[in-house]
Write a protein that binds this ligand. Structure first.
Ligand SMILES: C[S@@+](CC[C@H](N)C(=O)[O-])C[C@H]1O[C@@H](n2cnc3c(N)ncnc32)[C@H](O)[C@@H]1O
Length: 193
């Protein structure tokens, strides 16, 4: 093994988590993984500033819909303005409770980026979310990796991939793919089991 490979292994052993910059560096690579088509209905849980959301909204144009599902009204107001400035008509902001998903209609894809760790009881949340999914729908979770000896202290905004897998399995989902496209992040897609 090269010195570089050894250093990478050591780093992951001590601390494996990605930063915000890591996540936002190549948003098109993240969107490409989702394999979206015009006309699809997508939910973006916790859209934040909309770095991914606006691209999702473009990907389903002209007749699809992206529901931006956030607990923060001001976040959604900013996002609405950003969509309007860009002439994006496929975005629908929806204010949601922190512990329960609500979407005006079932979705083909539910995208959850850097938001999983905010959910109070993920297993319960995603078990209840099953009714908001269309047949064949996917739940895509992009989450900073809380792995390594120091990650518990250094990566508060992260989750252990093992825990995500266990909780999603408990909620009634099956992992169908993982994607190594964002440094320090676990990116997995689930369907109903
Ligand atoms: C770290 S930001 C992620 C933003 C974006 N998805 C990204 O990857 O850059 C988390 C977002 O989730 C929202 N949020 C936090 N807890 C939530 C919850 N329980 N339900 C819905 N939205 C939540 C916050 O208001 C914020 O907009």
């Amino acid at each position: 093994m090269t010195l570089e490979g050894l250093a990478g292994r050591l780093r992951r052993w001590l601390y494996a988590a990605g930063t915000r910059q890591d996540r936002l560096r190549d948003p098109d690579a993240v969107i490409a993984v989702l394999d979206l088509r015009p006309g699809m209905v997508v939910g973006d849980l916790g859209p934040g500033a909309g770095h991914f959301t606006l691209r999702l909204a473009r990907a389903v144009e002209p007749d699809g819909v992206v529901y931006a599902l956030d607990a923060s009204q001001s976040t959604l107001d900013d996002l609405r303005r950003a969509a309007d400035e860009r002439g994006i008509a496929t975005l629908r902001p929806v204010t949601v409770n922190r512990d329960r998903l609500e979407i005006p209609e079932p979705v083909d894809v539910l995208f959850v980026s850097a938001t999983y760790h905010h959910l109070p009881e993920p297993s319960k949340y995603f078990a209840e979310a099953r009714t908001h999914l269309r047949p064949g729908a996917r739940v895509a979770i992009l989450e900073s990796r809380r792995e390594g000896l120091l990650a518990g202290w250094l990566a508060p905004h992260a989750s252990s991939p093992r825990r995500v897998l266990r909780e999603m399995t408990d909620a009634g989902y099956r992992l169908i793919a993982t994607h190594d496209v964002v440094r320090g992040y676990w990116f997995g897609q689930f369907e109903l089991a």
